[in-house]
Design a protein around this ligand. Structure first.
Ligand code: SF4
Ligand code: SF4
Length: 334
């Protein structure tokens, strides 16, 4: 069960065809949907189609802040996905390369490498009887600061004016819970789109080409400054709010609130829920359909952009109230 192959994307000549082996993409396809080096990287990182959960590992923070239904159902159903949707599976490799270069730079500058915790695994730490673990991007001890890198679509950058995404805030704070020995007084989330990079606490520029003064697009965090050039070009400068750092009591309360979901994911991961009878199992209806259980409403983008059809169809059985087909113009683009 889990990912079993590639699906040809909408608009392609072979739209909707399911391919279980790489031969279809490399030797039989006359119009590949991605450049071959990317296709190759995506095939190889998904080679063997490992189950989505490794039963020997702790429940990861990434899964805790993602869609729990998606993680649970990905164990239950066979599914295909388009190479483009699976692009995320190689983003980690690209980032890893960046960190390798950074590590070399640290040595060349004569800095103490032990000050830099790069891609460290933290945990497992027990949440009740559930082991929780995760891997950070970077923590600099002497600055008590943690950095996290996220990729984002260009259109999503504007939404950062009101602050980082809720699941990213939770994710980073949960890392602090995993490793309380390490002091964290600042968290910086760096969002990288194809065109630019924007970070929490940093400045962000929006340019609008229109004659009339643009409406301030942020209610809570109005532009710091705006001006007009040539009568039709408006520039607005925003400050992205800092990523909140939870106080210990709030952190304990928030992670404690997620325990029932963590326990359920842990049981699925360990095969303790009989997946053959799971479609009828009421237990799975208890899976949150996104981090809604810890305070965020379903914004629809995850369902629309990142959920394979087979999982989405099953999800409708468990969460008919969910907005699986929210029109694009009503969705948050993040
Ligand atoms: S490369 Fe893309 S379009 Fe071609 S067979 Fe593979 S999935 Fe389909
Ligand atoms: S359709 Fe949405 S809510 Fe349902 S499993 Fe997929 S991402 Fe989660």
């Amino acid at each position: 069960m889990g990912l079993v192959g590639f699906r040809c994307p909408k608009g392609s000549k072979t739209e909707g065809t399911n391919n279980r082996n790489a031969d279809a993409c490399f030797n039989q396809c006359d119009r590949q949907c991605l450049a071959e080096p990317l296709l190759h990287a995506i095939w190889s990182s998904n080679a063997g189609y490992k189950p989505s959960f490794d039963p020997t590992e702790a429940v990861t923070i990434t899964r805790l802040v993602g869609c729990h239904t998606q993680h649970g159902l990905s164990r239950l159903v066979d599914y295909f996905d388009t190479p483009k949707n699976l692009y995320y599976s190689i983003r980690g490799k690209i980032f890893h390369r960046l960190m390798e270069d950074y590590q070399n730079g640290i040595l060349e500058r004569g800095l103490d490498p032990s000050d830099f915790r790069i891609e460290e695994r933290w945990g497992p730490r027990m949440l009740g009887d559930v082991p929780i673990g995760g891997r950070i991007d970077l923590h600099i001890n002497s600055a008590n600061t943690r950095y996290s890198w996220k990729t984002i679509g260009d259109k999503g950058l504007e939404y950062l004016k009101d602050g980082p995404k809720q699941d990213h805030v939770l994710q980073e704070n949960f890392y602090s819970w995993l490793n309380p020995e390490v002091k964290t007084s600042r968290i910086v989330i760096v969002y990288m789109s194809m065109m630019e990079t924007v970070e929490t606490g940093g400045l962000f520029t929006v340019t609008k080409y229109q004659k009339s003064q643009p409406k301030d697009i942020s209610e809570n965090h109005p532009a710091l400054k705006q001006w007009n050039q040539n009568g039709y070009k408006w520039t607005l400068i925003y400050q992205i709010p800092d990523c909140p750092v939870f106080k210990p009591a709030l952190l304990e309360k928030t992670i404690g609130g997620i325990y029932p979901q963590a326990k359920l994911l842990w049981r699925i991961q360990n095969g303790r829920i009989d997946l053959r009878t799971a479609p009828e199992s009421s237990e799975l209806t208890n899976l949150a359909y996104d981090p809604g259980s810890i305070g965020e409403k379903n914004e629809g983008w995850r369902c629309r952009d990142y959920c394979p059809e087979e999982i989405k169809n099953k999800c409708k059985l468990y969460h008919p109230e969910n907005q699986h087909n929210v029109p694009e113009n009503q969705q948050n683009e993040l």
